[in-house]
Ligand binder design. Structure first.
Ligand SMILES: [Zn+2]
Ligand SMILES: [Zn+2]
Length: 318
């Protein structure tokens, strides 16, 4: 089933523009359309007189929900010696709630203060030093000497052992060396580089493609996003359907419209594939009328309508 949408009447578009323009800047209207010596009246300003050309165009609209954040998952760990722990810049999110990604300055993964943990050094088993046999006394704790003693009247030379405690190990036979791994600090320190706890922000993004290529695309898109009910278009749930029914629905077609449909289709597919995006609305096809007009003073301007004869919006660079 295909429903032909009624495009707005040119006079109705012009009338809507005229009323809007007069509300916005009546003086400008008077200056551009007034007659010297005559009382200014809006009634005298007609489409027949001032619209020089019209073109039938179309616009396609859909809304996309995009979620920003959270940051990439997974964590990294670093293991460093005590003097190096303080060289890192730490962050803390304890009690800070979730972070708004748009306001965040910095990396998406950062070292967190709360993750710092002491890990006993494996090399020295957390003692800070390594024990070894004293090299000076070979682990005996004693320095052994042999004295030559002269014994008796004959003064016979006799070797006699003599020992005293080793000073290198204070007589323990063991020596301790600071552990090279932990530098004697007993522990190594571990910290984690964790994703910043970003809030998942969901924002609605209006997408508009129009064949008229106006400079109002952004404005029109934003307007539609806020008041889609105020404009009448034809809705489709699939792009394929729009493509096959566009001409019958509009009652006209041109090269620019075909191109616009193609561009909108690519954009739609791109959003369908984007895992952070979700298409939020149906696809709307709107008739668009572009009117080229000239004021009584000779100033050129354009009027656009978007929507059906029942409900449409107007835009103008007047
Ligand atoms: Zn150690
Ligand atoms: Zn010793």
């Amino acid at each position: 089933m295909s429903v032909r949408i009624k495009t707005p009447n040119l006079d109705d578009i012009f009338e809507k523009w005229k009323q809007k323009a007069a509300r916005t800047d009546r003086k400008k209207m008077e200056k551009q359309f007034g007659t010297k010596g005559a009382v200014f009246s809006l009634d005298a300003i007609s489409a027949a007189e001032y619209v020089k050309d019209t073109m039938k165009e179309a616009a396609i609209y859909f809304a996309v929900k995009k979620s920003l954040g959270p940051a990439p998952k997974g964590k990294e760990e670093n293991l460093v010696t005590a003097p190096r722990v303080g060289r890192e810049q730490y962050y803390s999110f304890k009690g800070a709630g979730q972070i708004n990604k748009e306001n965040w300055k910095g990396d998406e993964k950062v070292p967190t203060f709360e993750s710092i943990q002491a890990v006993p050094c494996k090399n020295c088993r957390g003692k800070g030093y390594l024990e070894d046999k004293c090299k000076t006394c070979k682990g005996t704790g004693k320095i052994e000497e042999t004295f030559t003693v002269l014994v008796g009247e004959e003064q016979n030379k006799e070797k006699k052992p003599f020992s005293y405690p080793c000073a290198a190990c204070y007589g323990t036979g063991n020596r301790t060396e600071p552990c090279k791994e932990c530098g004697g600090h007993k522990n190594m320190y571990k910290y984690e580089i964790l994703p910043v706890p970003f809030k998942t922000v969901v924002t609605g993004v209006p997408i508009l493609h129009s064949s008229a290529q106006t400079r109002y695309e952004k404005e029109i898109g934003d307007d539609l996003h806020k008041m889609i009910e105020d404009v009448e278009g034809i809705r489709f749930s699939e792009f394929k359907e729009l493509e096959s029914k566009a001409e019958a629905s509009l009652g006209y077609m041109n090269k620019n419209i075909s191109k616009t449909i193609g561009a909108a289709r690519n954009d739609y597919k791109k959003h369908e594939k984007d895992k952070d995006a979700q298409i939020q609305s149906q696809i709307y096809l709107f008739p668009m009328i572009q009117m080229m007009a000239t004021t009584k003073r000779g100033t050129k301007f354009e009027i656009y309508s978007l929507g059906s004869g029942n409900k449409f919006m107007v835009y103008s660079n007047f």
